[in-house]
Design a protein around this ligand. Sequence first.
Ligand code: SF4
Length: 351
Amino acid sequence: MNAASHPNLLGLDRSELEELARKLGQPPYRGRQLFRAIYARRARELPALTDLGLKLRNELGSRYRIGYPQIRQRFSSSDGAVRYLFELEDGERIETVFMPDRGRATICVSSQAGCAVGCRFCFTALLGVKRNLTAGEIVSQPLAVANDQAMARGVKLNIVFMGMGEPLLNLPAVAKAVRILTDKDGPGIPWRRITVSTAGIIPGIRRLGRESVRPKLAVSLNASNGEQRSALMPIDKKYPLGDLLDACREYPLRPRERITFEYVMLDGVNDSDADAVRVADLLDGLRAKINLIPYNPGEEFPFRPPPLARVVAFETVLRARGIPAFIRISRGRDVAGACGQLRLAPLAPRG
Ligand code: SF4
């Protein structure tokens, strides 16, 4: 058996590593040590784990590995964001975006290679879906980026599942990745700093609401009525807007928690004051906030971003109705790393 075919420990949670330790005749605390080494210290080589003792280290090293995806390219934006192109072990490629911000950072991770949902304004949709990512492939994205950026452990890190793929169509792996990322013996990222964003997969929203460790929920709204939404997001035919908002109303929010609605603003399509009034009506009674994202254009699609004054007017209508609304200008636009732009674009690397 060559090293590459050894089982990968990256992706196992704490209880699985404790069980592995037990199988190797070791006490469970050895499994927790291994968990801390892999996820808190971001160790990449088993032989380097000197605190495990020589016998266990040798045994682990001869039978297992810590397998990271390869960073194929980095694309550095003038705004400080970095788009990473990763190659997975089977040759599939995914993207992850790093966005530093004064002592904090946000990492946007992918949950699938490609995406099947087919939103009409999204470049990832053009790729189709190749496959679901494993929990290890999801968790390894922030770990690899943190290693590459030599990120100190104290940096406040936000994780957003807004990269390639629909996370709620791969919920078991996403939920496991969230459990690992929030584990205090591992990366220890609080649930409030992790957001899973969905195009509106209603059964997935219900299942997510029952998870023991639950991140924040974001929903891509992008329209002010069902007809408009179906035209932009074909998934609305399967999971209609009214049913989606019902599922959001039933979602078990914790104290001070709100659902975030994402609204990609398309010039002359969904950006009028009348649209804003309808959106306010839709969100009436929901503990919600809304992010207004001017569209990041590309040649393949007919859409344009509205003028900034239109975006501000839209925000004003929502705020007048008491809905917390925020304009979000995407980062990484110059390196095809912004919201909706991830498509494995082969730009010349700059970083
Ligand atoms: S916006 Fe999200 S769900 Fe829609 S096609 Fe793109 S990656 Fe998939």
